[in-house]
Design a protein around this ligand. Structure first.
Ligand code: SF4
Length: 236
């Protein structure tokens, strides 16, 4: 039953991928030009105080960060809980994530690590709002506030929208968006294909090991490579 459902999801993703590969970059660039966008360097998309700033990482982002020894910036995807240190948020994570009989938290995919205050680890805190990894910033950052869903160009909230953009920048943005869309679809198809259900666990299960009597927390991250474990040490 599960394998039929999984196969249907994979087939749907492959159809979407085929359609994505036929999207014209020029057409996308013309749509971006008519919407308009100039980054005002406000830094709001990088700061938690301005909303959910989690940066989902694609397989290509993870490779790029690893190539420049920034493995530490790759963190399991967590629910967005504001103004709470990781240790104090564990009970809330246990409500939103599956916790198995071994006390391991299961999650899907990776995000960019954030500071204790919730801001991105790489945002300049000197008032400049500069990105510390600008040339290697994740695909989501390089294409914000645009994204593509089911083949359609959509936008997130951003004060830079509606401002002029050069032809050259619109084409670069369109190329980045298409690359991101295709990579995300491929990653998701692989995730479904390689996903192994965790025997003996149930969603939102409260495990004795998920309480504060431990000095580390084990995550199982399901991604395009299958499953891997990730240990987070607790500072108590
Ligand atoms: S990587 Fe750079 S652009 Fe992306 S959220 Fe962090 S500071 Fe902002």
């Amino acid at each position: 039953m599960f394998s039929d459902y999984r196969q249907r999801l994979v087939n749907e993703l492959k159809e979407e991928l085929e359609a994505a590969e036929n999207i014209s970059c020029e057409y996308l660039a013309s749509q971006i030009r008519s919407i308009g966008f100039t980054c005002s360097m406000c830094g709001k998309c990088c700061r938690r105080s301005c909303g959910d700033n989690r940066v989902f990482l694609t397989s290509s982002d993870i490779r790029s960060l690893q190539e420049c020894s920034l493995d530490d910036a790759v963190f399991p995807m967590l629910p967005d809980i504001q103004d709470v240190p990781f240790e104090d948020a564990l009970h809330e994570y246990a409500q939103e994530l599956e916790v198995d009989s071994q006390g391991r938290y299961h999650t899907f995919g990776w995000m960019l690590k954030r500071k204790v205050n919730g801001n991105c680890s790489f945002i300049g805190e000197d008032g400049s709002n500069r990105c510390g990894i600008y040339d290697r910033r994740p695909m989501l950052c390089g294409t914000y506030p645009f994204y593509i869903k089911c083949g359609k160009l959509l936008t997130s909230e951003c004060e830079g929208l509606g401002k002029p953009i050069s032809d050259e920048d619109a084409v670069l943005l369109a190329e980045g968006l298409l690359g991101r869309y295709v990579t995300e679809l491929k990653d998701t198809a692989l995730l479904y294909e390689k996903f192994e259900a965790n025997e003996g666990s149930s969603p939102n299960m409260n495990s004795s090991k998920s309480s504060f009597d431990v000095d580390e927390v084990l995550f199982v991250v399901h991604d395009h490579n299958g499953n891997s474990e990730f240990v987070i040490k607790l500072h108590k």
